[in-house]
Design a protein around this ligand. Structure first.
Ligand code: GUN
Ligand code: ZN
Length: 468
């Protein structure tokens, strides 16, 4: 039997780019969403227009509250669940060395790995992150715990073990030889990729090839990963890494990558077609299922290549602020037509809730200098935290908005469960223009939302359950 959910529905319908998101914003104050017993959206519209065919459906009454698509986090580090308070005494490379490599090494202990997988998944359910690209642990038993816990909770995940074949002493527990790294990736793909449905178009559990960043591997390792990707991309395996994140002076990430790889383009290091004079061969790690975190300091040529290959960017403004990485130029980046999704980047980011990361995006981009400054529209924010994430994951056909035929991945929000939100919404200034009021209501909802107000998290029509 179908179920009808009643409430104020907001979503960005169709398949627009961010530039067209506001024209695609749907607001149904007395909305109804009908979900089939197999978890597909059968109907959406004003409750008053509900066809009589659905009269027998059971009803979940969330009137007074909201229904929105599930949030998509396009970049979050599972082994950094307890690292959001880490003081590294410097920017990216110091923070990795002083805080993160030691923190991630703790997952060598299987009991600790189980605990952190449970807590990570609990945070996801609390924050309504129905789908995520999860940067994984170096340890296979920790990845097993992550995939198992996520599957039991009923969430979607793409993840892969973090690959490191070189690095400082503090990362020694995370580093393997190249042959072992490749064998472990193959094993992870075999055991977990699309295990739930056997089909990468529908699976909730999928695997990515995840070198930490160019500095944590060698040319030879990247070449071998490129060849492996050629082999497995047909099966829908993903690629995920960091790109052009931190430009701190001499000795910073970007300067170090350019020096080690003898290139002016960070992106070249992931693209054997371009890295001049390399032993990388012709394999590329770019493509429709490739997501690069950050891309704060890309050139126009790099952005054009990302767009042309269908690769996506996970924009992580909270983390960029924390590590002093700078601000991804919003207008220039989105103008290149590359898909820009949103990432919490926990633990450099300290917000699990995607709407809080959107709040940081809003502040970061209105503060860009002069002509680059932009006041992101609430529809653009909602798009970036939902549909853009589904597109980056190459799963837009299945989720990201509430169009009929998609899987029912959505959140119920009850403002009464978080008084400051209820107060904000009730106290809004009204205008005499309906669209202005709608935009302001969505903005207040996104900016004022906190975890306690999320009263239901659904993936494919089934309520997600946080592990105990
Ligand atoms: N670059 C390489 N590793 C990391 C990481 O763990 N976090 C961030 N923000 N950047 C990285
Ligand atoms: Zn990251």
């Amino acid at each position: 039997m179908s179920t009808t959910y009643l409430g104020h529905i907001f979503h960005v319908a169709g398949a627009p780019t961010v530039a067209d998101a506001r024209e695609h914003l749907v607001s149904l104050p007395d909305g109804a969403l009908v979900v089939s017993d197999t978890g597909t959206i059968e109907w959406i519209g004003a409750a008053a227009d509900l066809p009589s065919t659905f009269a027998g459906a059971s009803v979940v009454d969330n009137r007074g509250g909201y229904i929105v698509p599930g949030f998509v986090d396009a970049h979050v580090h599972f082994p950094q669940t307890y690292s959001t308070d880490s003081y590294g005494g410097g920017q990216l490379l110091e923070w990795l060395d002083n805080c993160i490599f030691p923190a991630e090494s703790r997952l060598a202990d299987p009991e600790f790995a189980e605990r952190i997988a449970r807590d990570f998944t609990r945070r996801r359910v609390a924050a309504g992150t129905t789908a995520a690209m999860v940067f994984g642990s170096a340890f296979p038993h920790a990845q097993d715990a992550l995939f198992r816990t996520t599957r039991d909770a009923g969430l979607r995940v793409v993840s892969g073990r973090g690959i490191q074949t070189v690095g400082p002493e503090s990362a020694s527990a995370l580093i393997t030889g190249e042959a072992e790294a490749l064998a472990l990736v193959r094993d992870e793909i075999e055991r977990w990729h699309a295990v739930d449905t056997g089909d990468a178009a529908t699976a909730r559990i999928q695997v990515a090839i995840v070198p930490r960043f160019s500095l944590s591997v060698t040319r030879e390792t990247l070449r071998a990963l490129g060849e492996l990707y050629d082999e497995v991309r047909g099966a829908g395996v993903y690629f995920h890494s960091h790109l052009s994140e931190n430009d701190s002076a001499e000795g910073g990430e970007i300067a170090a990558v350019k020096a080690v790889y003898e290139t002016e383009s960070y992106l070249d290091t992931y693209d054997g077609r371009f890295l001049a004079g390399s032993q990388m061969g012709g394999s590329s790690l770019l493509g429709r299922r490739s997501i690069f975190a950050h891309a704060v300091h890309c050139t126009d040529d790099e952005l054009a290549r990302l767009a042309a290959t269908g690769s996506s960017i996970a924009h992580c403004p909270t983390s960029q602020q924390f590590l002093g990485s700078g601000t991804m130029p919003w207008k220039r980046t989105t103008a290149s037509d590359v898909t820009v999704a949103l990432g919490s980047d926990v633990g450099a980011g300290d917000e699990w809730l995607i709407s809080r990361v959107l709040n940081d995006a809003f502040k970061a981009h209105i503060s860009e200098p002069d002509d680059a400054s932009v006041s992101l529209h609430p529809a653009e924010l909602l798009f970036t935290g939902t549909l853009a994430g589904a597109r980056a994951l190459d799963m837009e056909e299945r989720f990201g908005n509430l169009d009929v035929g998609k899987d029912a991945d959505f959140l119920l929000i009850d403002p009464e469960r978080w008084e400051p939100l209820a107060m904000l919404l009730a106290g809004r200034v009204r205008s005499d223009d309906e669209q202005t009021d709608t935009d302001r209501e969505l903005f207040a909802l996104l900016m004022g939302l906190r975890e306690p107000a999320i009263s239901g998290v659904y993936v494919q029509g089934t309520r997600a359950v946080a592990p105990q």
